[in-house]
Design a protein around this ligand. Sequence first.
Ligand code: AK5
Length: 289
Amino acid sequence: MASQQNPLDEEENSKRNWSLKDFEIGKPLGRGKFGRVYVAREIKNKYVVALKVIFKEQIEKYKIHHQLRREMEIQSNLHHPNILRLYGWFHDADRVFLILEYAHNGELYKELRKKGYLSEKQAATYILSLTKALAYCHEKTVIHRDIKPENLLLDHQFYSQGRLKIADFGWSVQSSSKRRTMCGTLDYLAPEMVENKAHDYAVDNWTLGILCYEFLYGVPPFEAESQIDTFRRIRNVDLSFPSTPSISSDAKNLISRLLVKDSSRRLSLEKIIEHPWIIKNANPMGICL
Ligand code: AK5
């Protein structure tokens, strides 16, 4: 179900044999381990996209050929308003190009760092958008999406702060601005993952609890000086709520019901959507006013 009308979604374009000649390249958006991302314009439709360039040398060096192929197949079949679209891909002698949806307002993480923390209305709207996107993925049996704030982008909307888009993948761009802690990746992992146990889609529900906390307080709940300390805090679910900013008990209730050690007892995605904090605060259209 394509909810947005967009020229690159039309029949003729989804099967088109793209080449670099079809695009005008603009400013760089970021760079990562596997390549760079530029804003670009598809010449025929004047449609703005993000073009990701991956060097074949890197694909060979890291032996990610199969991973890339598999991911391209999964990604091009995901059509959801809160998941960044992959419109197509092509290659030349030494590069692979991914044609991605352009998120006009950039990274959510930058907005969070600039503001310090988000309002409950904004946080609830983003959590609802993420929950719906994850429910869609789980339906398609696509599990464990890497949903840390660096992988969340914001679209542009008139009189609004923009709609959230998951752009994810450990492979995706590392923005030019580095995160405060470079070893901060542990912060978003569920106890069963840090302990190397078998895990399933319930890791996503844990991550929603982490993000909800970080949106409201500006820092993830188990942040510590060292990775070992973060590891220990996650394992013990050492959760506390600071007195400032002052957060509603509804919000704390939702976080406490997601950050549960036993993965089978975490609030389900359906129950998140019905939670009083979401009902009272989230904009069901996914727009932040
Ligand atoms: C690469 C190598 C090996 C998989 C991959 C796949 C899907 O989004 C990917 C991959 C992304 C990457 C749009 C902005 C950006 C910004 C990205 C680019 C995000 Br900033 N304002 N608007 N994009 S940053 O890289 N996404 C992706 C659906 O590299 N896969 C195996």
